[in-house]
Design a protein around this ligand. Structure first.
Ligand SMILES: Nc1ncnc2c1ncn2[C@@H]1O[C@H](COP(=O)(O)OP(=O)(O)OP(=O)(O)O)[C@@H](O)[C@H]1O
Ligand SMILES: NC(=O)c1ccc[n+]([C@@H]2O[C@H](COP(=O)(O)O)[C@@H](O)[C@H]2O)c1
Length: 301
């Protein structure tokens, strides 16, 4: 049987960013030496009557916020208390550079920031660089197919207490605004939605500003496969707002993980491009090589 990702293997020479290989290594990774990050997956299913589940969150994560992390925790709680799923892993899959959404940092930085976000704060959420290692845009269904292939074809599923292997269910984890875009004409192919919501299924976190009933109106045929998770404490932090705060020179601390804040200052991300240019110009004119603006703040902290 050919794998769903096989046609992409041919494109591996065409790969672009070079990234650190994993959360705890400084090796570099390209699509040529890509290895699926299995280290944070649960090794054995603790309750063999349950369906093992891996949650995949696709998005820009520019930058990752505390709410991106909360999504995983909320979904894990929901699964434990309301379903017969056992969550055995969770992954961020940052979209690649070909997505070209205004204001995004490069895939290289977004991979780094999501890794920093999960490294110390979580024991089970990982980051998979496979999607952003591609130069071309990959629709979400291809990303879910990739996870399904790695988890079930390559790994053969997850072991139960009796030593048998059980197939792992892959599901999309997203906020309500993402599922709302699924009703926008021309944005998602019909066959992709059939596979994403019909075959994989989705866990959707309520988000203020999006009427979930309205968002689900045209997706009724998939309703049994879409699980809506209420946000008991509303928090509408968004990456857009963080980028805006940054541009205005305001503090972003405590909306996103501290180490991600430090990374943003260190790499001078999301500051006004014009301001960056004029600061560079001033540095050149004065021959001063000391760091300026937010880099200086990071250096001092
Ligand atoms: N505050 C939030 N509540 C619920 N879901 C969220 C929240 N923030 C982000 N998400 C979800 O996280 C996923 C990835 O998010 P994305 O990177 O687009 O973040 P964002 O904050 O919406 O970004 P941007 O502001 O750049 O559009 C999406 O499914 C989005 O719906
Ligand atoms: N046709 C598709 O597969 C399709 C359409 C729109 C968005 N998406 C995905 O949804 C996510 C949206 O992220 P943002 O909310 O940051 O724009 C991205 O991962 C993007 O690839 C997929």
């Amino acid at each position: 049987m050919s794998s769903p990702t096989q046609h992409l293997v041919a494109d591996y020479d065409d790969c672009q960013p070079v990234l650190d290989a994993g959360l705890n290594t400084t090796d570099t990774m390209t699509l040529n030496n890509y290895v699926f990050p299995t280290e944070r997956l649960t090794k054995t299913l603790s309750d063999s009557t349950k369906t093992p589940l891996v949650l995949v969150s696709c998005g820009s994560f520019s930058p990752p916020t505390n709410l991106h992390l909360r999504m995983f925790e909320e979904a894990a709680d929901y699964c434990e208390f309301e379903t017969d799923f056992e969550v055995v892993g969770g992954f961020f899959s940052p979209v690649g550079d070909a997505y070209k959404k205004a204001g995004l940092a490069s895939a290289h930085h977004r991979i780094k920031m999501t890794r920093i976000a999960v490294q110390d704060s979580s024991s089970w959420i990982g980051v998979d660089p496979w999607e952003p290692l591609h130069k071309e845009y990959l629709p979400t269904v291809k990303v879910l197919d990739h996870f399904d292939y790695e988890l079930n074809e390559v790994m053969g599923g997850i072991e139960t207490a009796t030593g048998e292997k059980k197939r792992i269910q892959v599901a999309l984890l997203a906020g309500a605004d993402l599922i709302q875009t699924m009703s926008t004409p021309g944005l998602w192919a019909k066959e992709d939605l059939n596979r994403i919501l019909g075959h994989y299924g989705a866990f959707i976190l309520e988000r203020s500003g999006t009427d979930i009933d309205d968002a689900l109106l045209s997706l009724q045929q998939f309703r049994d496969n879409i699980r809506v998770i209420p946000q008991l404490i509303q928090n509408d932090v968004s990456s857009t707002k963080i980028r805006l705060f940054r541009k205005r020179g305001k503090s972003i601390r405590y909306y996103i993980p501290d180490k991600v804040v430090d990374y943003i200052y260190e790499h001078d991300l999301y500051v006004d491009d014009e301001k960056k240019q004029s600061e560079k110009g001033k540095e050149r004119a004065s021959g001063d090589s000391t760091p300026s603006g937010s880099s200086a703040i990071a250096a001092a902290s």
